[in-house]
Design a protein around this ligand. Structure first.
Ligand SMILES: Cc1cc2nc3c(=O)[nH]c(=O)nc-3n(C[C@H](O)[C@H](O)[C@H](O)COP(=O)(O)OP(=O)(O)OC[C@H]3O[C@@H](n4cnc5c(N)ncnc54)[C@H](O)[C@@H]3O)c2cc1C
Length: 247
């Protein structure tokens, strides 16, 4: 790999790494994305894209693809634990924004980003099975070193002008910069998450939260395909405060 002409290295082909790659590509800055897993798969459950981020995704020309698969969220409603409405407010286009708020399956969104990145940057610039392990730098360049995450065997190095760590919550790059920081801290909240297809609730485009900080249920529909069949593909989250010694 060494010696190829690329200006930037992005470590991590998740939501942030691929979005950044598309944004730099739009500015004419050639980058390579190195992703740790061998095969990037559509994993996860629901995620919400708020208008300020959708605005940027629209600039990347991704709005049409997202609209095909996601739900345009119309409102967020809060309920007490016994189901009494406390507050409901409009969201996205219904709240007057120029672009929607989307509730979407993380895997659907990830695949939209991945397909766009492969298409625009070329498949040779989206490299899986490369886990960033370390880097070294001088005044002009940075060299990133990669290993196979499973075997630990080296799979080479790559030199460019800059390196960006988009390697998620257990970022290797962050551990290198802040070695004494330790692992992420437990928030005290345990979440159980899943998806269920069922009949729509409210207007079929709303998100609700019921309960309080110690015990909460959150639910929202995330797939347009399901809505087109008169159903709702519901992302649900059961959340409970659990002390760290019991978690
Ligand atoms: C499998 C998975 C499922 C998720 N599901 C949900 C969900 O359902 N709902 C939700 O709200 N959020 C979910 N998240 C979290 C969400 O994607 C992120 O919190 C958020 O979007 C920030 O994106 P990110 O790109 O920083 O991190 P991530 O999306 O976590 O992406 C980081 C990427 O970096 C890769 N990576 C890690 N270490 C290295 C390394 N050393 N070298 C190279 N690559 C590396 C990881 O394999 C991953 O692909 C999930 C994350 C993952 C990884």
């Amino acid at each position: 790999m060494t010696g190829e002409k690329t200006r930037g290295i992005i470590a991590g082909g998740g939501l942030v790494g691929l979005t950044l790659a598309l944004a730099l590509n739009r500015k004419g800055i050639p980058v390579k994305v190195f992703e740790s897993v061998r095969e990037i798969k559509p994993l996860g459950v629901g995620i919400n894209l708020l208008p300020h981020s959708v605005q940027n995704l629209a600039k990347l020309g991704l709005l049409e693809e997202i609209e095909k698969v996601a739900i345009k969220t119309s409102s967020l409603a809060y309920y007490s634990e016994d189901g009494k409405i406390i507050w409901r407010e409009a969201r996205g286009l219904d709240a007057g924004y120029d672009v929607p708020q989307f509730s979407i399956h993380r895997g659907d969104f990830h695949m939209i980003l991945l397909n766009a990145a492969i298409d625009r940057l070329g498949p040779e610039n989206i490299i899986s099975g490369h886990h960033l392990s370390s880097f070294d730098q001088n005044d002009d360049s940075v060299t990133a070193h990669f290993v196979d995450r499973h075997s630990g065997a080296s799979c080479g190095q790559f030199t460019a002008e800059f390196l960006v760590g988009a390697d998620g919550i257990n970022s290797t790059l962050r551990q290198i910069f802040y070695p004494d920081e330790g692992p992420p801290k437990y928030s005290g909240q345990m979440l159980w998450r899943g998806v269920t297809e069922m009949d729509p609730f409210l207007d079929g485009r709303s998100m609700f939260m019921a309960g309080h900080n110690d015990l909460k249920l959150v639910a929202y529909p995330i797939r347009a395909e399901s809505a087109r069949r008169g159903k709702s593909y519901i992302n649900w989250i059961a959340e409970r405060r659990i002390p760290s010694d019991l978690a």
